[in-house]
Design a binder for this molecule. Structure first.
Ligand code: PEP
Length: 255
């Protein structure tokens, strides 16, 4: 039985003050949450402030990226040790916005995932096709290549902790959500790929999140699919009410 996970990716939004206000609201509303893991990924500047506020709560902290070197002359980068220092538990890796705007490749995604695991950070490894790729029937090929590339060299121990996020690029921030059937089809495919690489028992344990315009109106239908184990939520995670409504959808006993 996989524990549902709802992660809020705040992207490049929120000052320290706005971040603390938002997390206070989430904390208050999440008091009764029992069976869902809750994660927030504030911008780097707010990690420490948010970390102090969630200490002892059911909310965990994630970064939106991680660099693969330990320290040194890498202007603008943040190391895994720095993230551990502020009590990050997760790191989002390979988000399509990083791939699209910052030259992220499967190779760099793989380096980040491996260094995250070696520092006891749980990678949330993002994969997903563009609209053009979907329309030319390349969805499975693209997802397979990104997944295999991102997981290169990750062994049986590493994969136990890793979380995959399927985020069709055409659904991110566009208000166009994949239908539950479209999403489930790819989630099933991803689980099949994990089975091929790591065996059935392991593949049944890995959590696969859906991301792409998830909101309080579509969360229940998406989350009730057998292979959708949670959500990576952008826009709807920026307001406590909408993020909490998605968390409550994951809490439903039918899941
Ligand atoms: C995301 O940033 O990972 C995301 C899914 O964004 P949104 O929910 O806004 O589509």
């Amino acid at each position: 039985m996989r524990t549902p996970l709802i992660a809020g990716n705040w992207k490049m939004n929120n000052s320290v003050g706005e971040s603390t206000e938002l997390v206070e609201g989430i904390k208050k509303g999440a008091e009764g949450v029992k069976k869902t893991d809750i994660v927030v990924a504030p911008p780097f500047t707010a990690l420490h402030a948010v970390s102090c506020l969630i200490n002892g709560s059911p909310i965990s902290l994630s970064s939106q990226n991680v660099f693969w070197e330990e320290k040194g002359a890498y202007t603008g980068e943040v190391s895994p040790a720095m993230l551990k220092d502020v009590d990050c538990k997760y790191a989002i890796i390979g988000h399509s916005e990083r791939r699209q705007y910052f030259g992220e490749t499967d190779e760099t995604v793989n380096k980040r995932a491996k260094v995250a695991l070696s520092h006891d950070l749980i990678p949330i490894l993002c994969v997903g096709e563009t609209l053009e790729e979907r329309e030319s029937d390349k969805t499975f090929d693209v997802v397979q290549t990104q997944l295999k590339g991102g997981l290169q060299g990750i062994d049986a121990e590493g994969i136990q902790k890793l979380v995959v996020a399927y985020e069709p690029v055409w659904a991110i921030g566009t208000g166009k959500t994949a239908t539950p059937e479209q999403a489930e089809e790819v989630h099933q495919f991803i689980r099949g790929q994990l089975k091929g690489l790591y065996g059935e028992e392991q593949s049944e344990q890995n959590r696969i999140l859906y991301g792409g315009s998830m909101n309080p109106g579509n969360a229940s239908d998406l989350l009730s699919q057998p292979n959708i184990d949670g959500g990576l939520v952008g826009g709807a995670s920026l307001k406590a009410d909408s993020f909490l409504a998605i968390i409550m959808a994951a809490e439903k006993p039918s899941l």
